[in-house]
Design a protein around this ligand. Structure first.
Ligand code: ATP
Ligand code: MG
Ligand code: FE
Length: 352
């Protein structure tokens, strides 16, 4: 089975062709990503209307390139998958309408995919992980611990009460005058800094409920930066390293709490999977590897190019769904908001 996947939820225009291997897992035949960084950099963040127009301009060329690289014509794919949400409505309409049109003219099944489900299932493309597994989803818009029970079956164990982690990275980077997008820039800067230079708070640490809160930490960095301004290069590097160290401590502690919650709904976890753009962060990846080793878990973190937004993850989610006989009809409307969890958060924690 081979699926064309289309991603346009935010500021990447991406298309890919992925094949299902007979032994399970996927083979990426092409994966073309065009980032809109240049269009948005002057604004310091993503401007929705600019994003939508950029998707319109390049998407057909990106799809043609994805098919050409895979040496396939549209008639040879088995289905067309596109992100139908959550995300910016303009981009979603561009990607989903394009997918519907291609599916209609080529007589192929349409797969309207939840972008978060695509992040959640990427580990099964790369590593053929078995259900259920504990998912740490850390992206620009989401920060969640999820019990992934099966395709289309997700139990949200915890979430952020305010900012997403990627958003906190981006905002702290902006405060410190680093270029957009902030996450990678902040990580680079942190490499030359002292992670113990500033003792930033570690919000929510030690709580049994695996929720997150990032906004207090973000504010603490801003206040410290204002207090010691003007900032030298060294001070900026130290602020970055200390912020990143606090985030990593929080994520590990929250993941430990998530493991406890997972046990209530799905028994002992075998595998821990990280996904989303922030899972590209080297310090976080190393800390997760240590944590997984201590906890007897298999850790699966897709390579950075598959953690941040891409078309291959959409194609793979399409494969998983089509393989179960699932598909969507042409009336499927884009969903700017679309929670991943299908069962709601379980009453795990009493009245806490
Ligand atoms: P969502 O998936 O929640 O809809 P999104 O698609 O915008 O949001 P992703 O593309 O998955 O998010 O991830 C982008 C986020 O990841 C940005 O906030 C970015 O700063 C962050 N990020 C990327 N690389 C790194 C890194 N090396 N360190 C920290 N954060 C990073
Ligand atoms: Mg992006
Ligand atoms: Fe994403």
């Amino acid at each position: 089975m081979r699926i064309l996947g289309i991603e346009t939820t935010c500021d990447e225009t991406a298309a890919a062709v992925v094949a299902m291997k007979p032994e399970g897992g996927g083979q990426i035949l092409s994966n073309i990503v065009r980032s809109q960084i240049d269009e948005h950099a002057i604004f310091g963040g993503v401007v929705p209307e600019v994003a939508a127009r950029a998707h319109v301009e390049v998407l057909d060329g990106i799809i043609a390139q994805a098919l050409a690289t895979a040496r396939m014509s549209l008639s040879e794919v088995d289905g067309i998958a596109a992100a139908a949400g959550p995300g910016l409505i303009g981009g979603l309409l561009v990607g989903l309408t394009t997918a519907k049109t291609l599916a209609l003219v080529a007589h192929k099944p349409l797969l309207a995919i939840n972008h978060l489900e695509a992040h959640a299932l990427t580990a099964r493309l790369t590593d053929n992980v078995q259900f259920p597994y504990l998912l740490l989803l850390v992206s620009g818009g989401h920060t969640q611990l999820v019990a992934v029970m099966g395709v289309g079956d997700y139990i949200r164990l915890g979430t952020t009460l305010d900012d997403a982690i990627g958003e906190a990275f981006d905002k702290v980077a902006k405060t410190l005058g680093l270029p957009y997008p902030g996450g990678p820039a902040l990580e680079r800067m942190a490499q030359s800094g002292d992670p113990e230079a500033f003792a930033f708070p570690r919000p929510m640490m030690g709580r049994p409920v695996p929720d997150f809160s990032l906004s207090g930490l973000k504010t603490a960095v801003r206040l410290e930066a204002e207090r010691i301004a003007p900032l030298s290069e060294t001070a900026i590097a130290d602020l970055c390293a200390s912020f990143q160290a606090a985030v990593v401590d929080v994520v590990i502690d929250r993941t430990r709490a998530g493991l406890g919650a997972f046990r209530h709904v799905a028994g002992r976890a075998q595998a821990l999977v990280a996904a989303g753009g922030v899972a590209s962060n080297g310090a976080l990846r190393r800390a997760l590897a240590r944590f997984a080793a201590e906890s007897g878990l298999v850790l699966v973190v897709p390579p950075p190019a598959l953690c941040s937004d891409n078309g291959a993850m959409l194609a793979w989610a399409g494969i998983e769904r089509l393989n179960l006989g699932l598909g969507d009809d042409f009336t499927f409307a884009a969903r700017p908001r679309w929670p991943l969890d299908t069962r709601g958060t379980p009453a795990l924690y009493g009245k806490a």
